[in-house]
Design a protein around this ligand. Structure first.
Ligand code: IMP
Ligand code: MG
Length: 189
């Protein structure tokens, strides 16, 4: 098991992170998702809408592996004040700038935790009457879901642990780690 010690991060300093998905495992799974999406959207040109900031690596790796044409845009919301605690409310910080009416939209997210962000995003996109909306999330924590939500494309289901890396952050740090790491179980972050 690969581990790394958190440095220079206040109360998190000294915590030992465990690698849960290596680069190779992530890339292999994204290959599979890209194949599935390419088949499902054959003959169509979907717009991938990446949810900033966390989904940027996933969106880039997924888009590069698609065999079909696609377009891309971004939306930004905030659902966390700081640390690992959700504020429970979702705010729109940056809207999409493309027209999605009558288009096939795939929302691309890093992780679904409570599902509040995912639901907010799906409603927001549906207001613009797209031809279809699907949700692709690299990670999904089924134990944490607070409402009914089903994503069409999920990379990995994960247990209720706080994850960082490959786009996922803790107070804006760790996003640039190329693989996915978990904070210790039962750690009070
Ligand atoms: P939700 O609205 O509770 O589903 O939270 C979704 C958002 O919370 C994601 O877009 C992430 O930005 C963030 N999030 C949830 N769980 C984690 C995690 O384990 N690590 C890092 N960010 C997370
Ligand atoms: Mg996010």
């Amino acid at each position: 098991m690969n581990t790394r010690v958190v440095e220079n991060m206040g109360k998190y300093t000294g915590q030992v992170l465990e690698e849960v998905f290596s680069r190779e495992v992530i890339e292999k799974r994204i290959d599979e998702l890209a194949k599935q999406i390419s088949t499902d959207y054959a003959g169509k040109v979907p717009i991938l809408i990446g949810v900033l900031n966390g989904s940027v690596f996933f969106l880039a790796d997924l888009a590069k592996r698609l065999d079909i044409d696609c377009e891309m845009d971004f939306i930004k919301v905030s659902s966390y004040h700081s640390g690992t605690q959700s504020s429970g409310t979702v705010r729109l910080l940056k809207d999409i700038s493309c027209i999605i009416t009558d288009r096939d939209v795939i929302i691309v997210e890093d992780i679904i935790d409570s599902g509040l962000t995912a639901r907010f995003l799906k409603h927001r996109i549906l207001e613009n009457q797209p031809a279809s909306v699907a949700f692709a999330s690299l990670l999904f924590k089924p134990e944490c879901l607070k409402l009914e939500f089903e994503a069409e494309y999920v990379g990995f289901e994960v247990a209720d642990r706080f994850l960082v890396g490959y786009g996922l952050d803790l107070d804006q740090k760790f996003r640039n780690l190329p693989s996915i790491w978990a904070f210790p179980v039962n750690m009070n972050l």
